[in-house]
Design a protein around this ligand. Structure first.
Ligand code: ZN
Length: 235
């Protein structure tokens, strides 16, 4: 039997619980910061929760170090945690002849043919995430274009290693990092405004930041949160 518990803290940690024929409870943090608990069959959810809470300092410390050390490439396997718009969701993979991607309150349900390879699964999920992010950008951009009076000509999404977005000031083509879909929606708003403002201020100078601040007063805090997140969502 498997379930997921959430440890609320500075940031939420999803903990995978597995019940086994063992006598003691074990905690494990994998490289990349995924947390799992192995619990004896007879233990109640309440007992497991209490155990996890007692160890929460240890967990947070390890998640912090391990996810910063090396975020592994996600393969979107069953039980992995996938954050969508800042919400940690557990991936459930179910066999089906048709591929589908469905988001519920607590999980992302993937149906895939049993013959599906890890590469096919990864490509499928990334394709779905790209579509969703692009749709969100296209829905949100007109709002900021109207507010700023600045307009993008082309919007694209791709995997980017070091930046959240980029703007070609010559032709107003903008590219956004696929990882933005993992972060809270306020981060997307900030990046949209950031790239739009580049159309009038190419460099990150004082004029640039004061224009960004006019539209996103909390930009400094959001930017700081995002630098922290980047380590966790490396592809
Ligand atoms: Zn910039």
């Amino acid at each position: 039997m498997e379930q997921t518990l959430f440890l609320r803290g500075q940031r939420d940690v999803a903990i995978r619980v597995e019940r086994k024929r063992i006598r003691n409870m074990y905690l494990h943090v994998s490289p990349g910061g995924r947390v799992s608990v192995s619990a004896p069959l007879g233990f109640t959810e309440e007992e497991i929760r209490r155990f996890v809470l007692e160890k929460s300092d240890w967990i947070n410390r390890h998640v912090e170090t391990l996810s910063a050390a090396e975020a592994p490439v996600s393969t979107y396997a069953d039980g992995e945690v996938l954050s969508l718009w800042g919400r940690p969701l557990t991936i459930r993979v179910l066999p089906d002849s048709k591929k589908s991607f469905c988001v519920t309150d607590e999980s992302v349900i993937l149906t895939l043919p049993p013959s599906c390879t890890e590469k096919e699964r990864t490509d499928f999920v990334k394709g779905q995430l790209k579509q969703r992010l692009l749709r969100a950008i296209r829905m949100r951009m007109p709002y900021w274009e109207q507010k700023t009076g600045l307009y993008a000509r082309q919007l694209r999404v791709r995997e980017m290693k070091t930046r959240w977005g980029s703007c070609n000031t010559g032709n107003a083509h903008m590219t956004f990092n696929l990882s933005l879909i993992h972060l809270a929606p306020e981060c997307l708003d900030y990046v949209l405004v950031h790239e739009l403002v580049h159309l009038v201020h190419a460099r990150h100078n004082a004029a640039f930041w004061s224009t960004v601040k006019r539209y996103i007063p909390e930009y400094a805090r959001i930017k700081n949160d995002m630098n922290h997140e980047q380590k966790e969502h490396a592809y």
